[in-house]
Ligand binder design. Structure first.
Ligand code: XBP
Ligand code: MG
Length: 265
């Protein structure tokens, strides 16, 4: 395969499902706790939550649920404010859960972040989730100072259109002052891939609890996780000879970026 000489300047991480498995035992119980506090008889079980995940963004997910399952609420005055308050309560419960330290980073995440820093490659975040969730996850896993390791954090309502729209990646690239060709995105979901792919960024998928059966056409590689030395990830697609028998590190990312064909499947 032809190679090019484009440098790897930045790696952009998604958060939920990619940095950590936050959805089933993090966001979901936090939503349910907020519903209880608001005296709503709603309960999002694991199966329903899987379906609701197609709507990105917590506030957007609540609104969708109301439209589909609780339309009486639609006539509420100041519905948008009420949803925002409910969602703020959910964020409080989610951050409390993170503080208990029960939601660890996924395999290879801490290692790769350290390696990127050592190699002076920029690190960014492009996520749909609320900024406070991101900074809290970093604080309770890598330590408070790790927030400053990120050159840019694109999160939540900073853009009007959440994933699968490319807006959050466009915003993040603009902040970094980098073209998409010099970056790699790491995502776990079809919505995330659609967003990064539309922004022109080569994307690695590490499948997660809720996303393993989704459509990842267009991804440069699909893996179980980033892997660690001695604990290799399984490659689901995008089996590139010189990435065989390796975990994802800076050198595998550089190799992947150097492949000329964006669709390396
Ligand atoms: C994550 C989301 C978020 C979280 C909840 O998508 O869609 O809505 O589920 O977070 P991604 P908020 O992995 O693409 O970032 O409630 O803060 O929105
Ligand atoms: Mg995700």
């Amino acid at each position: 395969m032809k190679k090019n000489n484009i440098p790897l300047s930045a790696v952009l991480f998604d958060v939920d499902g990619t940095l950590a498995e936050t959805e089933r035992d993090g966001h979901r119980p936090a939503f349910n706790a907020a519903f209880k506090e608001f005296e709503l008889d709603w309960h999002w079980d694991t199966e329903l939550y899987g379906k609701l995940l197609k709507i990105t963004g917590g506030k957007e997910r609540i609104r969708y649920y109301i439209e589909k399952y609780a339309p009486d609420i639609l006539s509420k005055r100041d519905l948008s404010n009420w949803i925002a308050e409910l969602h703020k309560t959910k964020t409080k419960y989610f951050v409390d859960l993170l503080a208990k330290g029960n939601i660890p980073l996924r395999p290879g995440i801490a290692r790769l972040i350290h390696e990127l820093r050592e190699n002076e490659i920029k690190i960014g975040i492009a996520t749909t989730t609320t900024l406070e969730n991101v900074t809290s996850l970093l604080k309770y896993t890598l330590g408070e100072e790790s927030i400053s390791w990120f050159d840019v954090i694109g999160a939540g309502d900073i853009v009007a259109q959440k994933k699968p729209a490319p807006d959050i990646y466009y915003w993040t690239l603009k902040e970094l002052g980098l073209p998409p060709q010099q970056c790699i995105a790491i995502e776990d979901s079809e919505n995330g891939l659609q967003s990064s792919y539309a922004a022109g960024i080569k994307t690695i998928i590490t499948i997660s609890e809720y996303t393993y059966s989704q459509n990842f056409n267009g991804a440069a590689m699909v893996l179980t996780d980033l892997g660690e030395p001695g604990k290799l990830p399984s490659i689901i697609s995008g089996d590139i000879a010189n990435l065989n028998n390796r975990w994802i590190d800076v050198s595998t990312l550089m190799t992947l970026l150097a492949l000329n064909d964006r669709q390396t499947l």
